[in-house]
Design a protein. Structure first.
Ligand code: NAI
Length: 330
């Protein structure tokens, strides 16, 4: 039996991970879940929001499924999510955004893959208070990280029959940092003549995405633009409740939805588990359990097509009712 680290998270995390584990179990796939807690709740007892045992568990099992973990805004501990990605060198954040059956949206031909650099940029966390009225954040872009993320995007395009990889920067203004990201992309692109290249500035990209998203295929972006643009893309396909993601490195992979811990709906049994379920489906494909992945995906699509949806998709099903409907469609 395969052992996989499971981080239930906080906020809506435990509700959606409970639903997803139940669905995978009902599909007949036996997984030994190595459950690890992280976040604010463990600081008091263990002194850190991301204790070493969580990292050790992922290093041992190689794969994790992770529900969201809250990060305090403006003060408090550093993001567990960012720390996890940095510590395990999960350099590629892969966020496919494709229309789902049964979910009506403004555009019906969205099929975009966001490839976000996951380890540096303004997320390096290098900030300082210059004086009481001035604060600085340092944006770090290296050739090494830019090169491996560009390669990841092109390799993904080749393996998944995609036509184009478009690089997103603001290199007209940040000529050195975004300039390096762009220059590195151009060099990597030369090795992939079969894939079309495209360059776009992030502000123009946002406008084009909300007007005509079908023109985009694979996007590769530095960390911050990738974070913002992937939420925008989530909005194109029905919102954060359905946007999946994965953090991939050379040795380890952590599958998690794009969304956060949604404290506004915590404990109400209305959170949509679809984003975490789609992340889990990708995880199952990644570990070679494609037949179970396909079975669960088919049951999810059948459920959505039948109009059984959570309130974020204008439905009236609770998290539990939605999960039970998927199980009955397996
Ligand atoms: P959020 O993604 O948690 O919520 C934004 C909006 O989307 C809220 O109205 C929420 O109710 C809704 N939403 C999100 N997921 C949903 C779901 N599955 N079903 C139905 N509605 C859903 O973003 P927010 O409020 O900015 O962040 C809350 C916390 O989550 C913060 O502490 C943030 O740092 C953390 N966070 C954690 C992430 C992670 O663990 N990977 C990623 C993003 C944010």
């Amino acid at each position: 039996m395969k052992t996989i680290t499971l981080i239930n998270g906080d906020g809506i995390g435990p509700e959606i991970s409970g639903a997803v584990v139940k669905i995978i179990d009902a599909a007949g796939l036996k997984i030994n879940w190595d459950v690890q807690t992280a976040g604010a709740d463990v600081i008091e007892t263990e002194g850190s929001p991301l204790p070493d045992r969580v990292i050790e568990s992922i290093k041992k099992n190689k794969i994790a499924l992770k529900a969201p973990v809250t990060t305090p805004i403006g003060k408090g501990f550093r993001s567990v999510n960012v720390q996890l990605r940095k510590t395990l060198d999960l350099y590629a954040n892969l966020r496919p955004c494709k229309n789902l059956p049964g979910i009506e949206t403004k555009f019906d031909n969205v099929d975009i893959v966001v490839v976000r650099e996951n380890t540096e940029d303004l997320y390096a966390g290098i900030e300082r208070q210059v004086d009481s009225d001035t604060a600085e954040s340092i944006k770090v872009i290296t050739r090494k990280a830019s090169e491996r993320i560009a390669k990841f995007a092109f390799e993904y395009a080749v393996k998944n029959n995609r036509k184009e990889v478009c690089v997103v920067t603001k290199a007209n203004i940040m000529k050195l940092s975004d300039g390096l990201f762009l220059e590195t992309y151009r060099n990597v692109a030369k090795n992939y003549p079969q894939i079309k290249n495209r360059e776009i500035l992030v502000d123009n990209l946002c406008m084009q995405l909300v007007q005509n998203p079908s023109q985009f295929d694979v996007l590769v972006l530095p960390n911050l633009y990738g974070d913002i643009v992937s939420d925008l893309c989530a909005g194109l396909i029905g919102g954060l409740g359905v946007a999946q993601g994965a953090n991939i490195g050379v040795d380890y992979a952590v599958f998690e939805p794009v969304h956060g811990s949604a404290p506004d709906i915590k404990g109400k049994n209305i959170a949509n588990p679809t984003a975490l379920l789609l992340s889990a489906i990708e995880m199952l494909k990644y570990i070679g359990e494609s037949s179970f992945a396909d079975k669960i995906e088919a049951a999810l699509f059948k459920t959505l097509e039948a109009g059984i949806k959570t309130p974020d998709l204008n439905g009236s099903a609770t998290t539990e009712e939605f999960a039970d409907a998927i199980i009955s469609n397996l």
